[in-house]
Design a protein around this ligand. Structure first.
Ligand code: G3H
Length: 254
């Protein structure tokens, strides 16, 4: 639109799309490291994109984090009254309640006047528990909804920041550090080449599931996340990135 043209944001979008070799990029003004309201702008842009992607089958899977929490804040009902079912992409991942996928999913549904289902599973599970739980009918049903979602929205974080915030066990922190992880997204930790160096065993959306999802939207801003964004997207070329000017300029420089 006209504002983007005047501010040069569309130039940044094109440069970034080229540099990252991804499907599409949206850049909003500002740097969310400096001003918290920029995250709300990321949210506004994301809500707009969700609405324009709605079709007959509207299952939207949402993950956790502070950025996703702000997207939920910006959600409003769709004037065309399309039915939307929101599902959480993953279990809790050790986040505070307000940053968990379940909480965000319920809030988004409420604001969109849509429906939601929750995933009542513990944050991190042992292998044995995992096998038992995924065969529980109530969990299985939600897992199937997640797998048939047409839109997935997730954040991208700096690896060490996320490991610390989630009070990760020392052995796993070592794995993350030794593996030179720089990025994190829905429980997976990636090195700068976009290779997975550690994965938190939780129930829900897995990295390989994204290949079957029509619209995968990653929302992450702030200059401090530039390296994480670049690393994650090395293995996710079909993703739409919604970011801010702060991260975009750093990514172009880097
Ligand atoms: O899963 C969480 C993301 O990786 C980043 O979280 O939006 O709070 O920075 P954030």
């Amino acid at each position: 639109d006209i504002i983007k043209e005047i501010s040069g944001l569309n130039v940044l979008e094109n440069e970034l799309k080229e540099k990252l070799q991804i499907k599409d990029v949206i850049v909003v003004a500002g740097d969310s490291d400096q001003f918290p309201w920029v995250k709300k702008e990321l949210g506004r842009a994301c809500v707009k994109r969700i609405k324009s992607s709605l079709t007959g089958n509207n299952i939207v899977a949402v993950n956790g984090g502070t950025t996703l929490a702000d997207i939920a804040e910006m959600m409003t009902p769709d004037p065309k009254n399309k039915e939307i079912l929101f599902v959480p992409g993953r279990g809790g991942l050790g986040e505070q309640v307000e940053n968990q996928a379940n909480t965000i999913c319920a809030k988004m549904a409420e604001r969109a006047s849509g429906n939601y289902r929750l995933l009542h599973v513990p944050d991190v599970v042992s292998n044995e528990t995992y096998q038992t739980m995924i065969n529980e009918p109530s969990i299985r049903e939600v897992l199937e909804l997640i797998k048939s979602s047409s839109i997935v929205i997730h954040g991208i974080g700096d690896a060490i920041t996320m490991a610390e915030r989630r009070k990760t066990a020392p052995d796993d922190v070592k794995k993350i550090i030794d593996g030179n992880a720089v990025a994190e997204a829905f429980g997976y930790y990636f090195n700068e080449d976009g290779r997975v160096v550690h994965k938190v065993q939780t129930i829900g959306l897995q990295l390989e599931d994204l290949a079957n999802v029509e619209h995968v939207i990653a929302v992450a801003g702030g200059a401090s996340k530039a390296m994480a964004i670049q690393a994650y997207l090395k293995q996710a070329h079909d993703t739409l990135l919604i970011t801010d000017e702060g991260a975009a300029k750093e990514l172009i420089r880097g």
